[in-house]
Design a protein around this ligand. Structure first.
Ligand code: FES
Length: 169
C-alpha cells in the first residue's frame, strides 16, 4: 500500500528503476543466521532481511523479500549489496540517508521505504546479538537506535492510515 496517494507520477532515478526491474539478492536465504522484518503485514508493506553471518561477525550473504513498492524493493536490494562483506558493526552504521544516496535519491514521499529497509537491517543485527550471541556489543545501544525508532514510527503511521482507509474515513 502506498501511504499517500498522488496523481502526480513519481520520478524515480535510473538506479531505482534498474533495481526494481532486476533486483539483486531477492529471495529467502535458506541458510540465514538471522532474519528480521519491518513494515506492516496488515497493509502489505513488509520487508524481510536475511543475513548469513560468519564467526568473525562478517556478513557473507544478504538477501531480502519485499512486498512494498518499487522504492522499497530498490532500497532493500541496494542495502543487501552494501552490507555484503561488511562486519555487523560497519553495517550497523548505515543510515537510510546512505541508502537513499546510493539510489541517486528518492522522492520525499518515498523516504519511508528506505527507512523500513534500514530498520529491518538494524533489527536483524540486534536480533543476532540478543538471540544468537546472547549479549549486545557496546556499540549497540540498549534503547532503540534512531533508525529502529524511525521504522517503528513508519509502521505506526502505516497502521493508522490503513485503519482509516479500512474504516472508509
Ligand atoms: Fe510503502 Fe514504499 S510505499 S514501502
Amino acid at each position: 500500500m502506498t501511504i499517500i496517494s498522488s496523481r502526480i507520477p513519481l520520478i524515480y532515478t535510473p538506479k531505482v528503476l534498474e533495481l526494481f526491474r532486476n533486483p539483486k539478492n531477492l529471495g529467502r536465504l535458506e541458510d540465514a543466521t538471522v532474519v528480521a522484518q519491518a513494515g506492516s503485514p496488515a497493509c502489505g508493506d513488509v520487508i524481510s532481511i536475511y543475513l548469513k553471518v560468519n564467526d568473525k561477525g562478517v556478513i557473507e550473504k544478504a538477501t531480502f523479500e519485499s512486498y512494498g513498492c518499487a522504492a522499497n524493493i530498490a532500497a532493500a536490494s541496494i542495502l543487501t549489496e552494501m552490507v555484503k562483506g561488511k562486519t555487523l558493526k560497519e553495517a550497523w552504521e548505515i543510515t537510510w540517508e546512505d541508502v537513499t544516496k546510493e539510489l541517486g535519491g528518492l522522492p520525499a514521499i518515498k523516504y519511508h521505504c528506505s527507512i523500513l529497509a534500514v530498520g529491518a537491517l538494524k533489527r536483524a543485527i540486534r536480533k543476532y546479538y540478543s538471540e544468537v550471541k546472547k549479549s549486545l556489543p557496546p556499540w549497540i545501544p540498549k534503547d532503540l537506535s534512531r533508525e529502529e525508532k524511525q521504522a517503528l514510527e513508519v509502521e505506526e503511521l502505516i497502521e493508522r492510515m490503513y485503519r482509516k482507509l479500512s474504516a472508509g474515513e
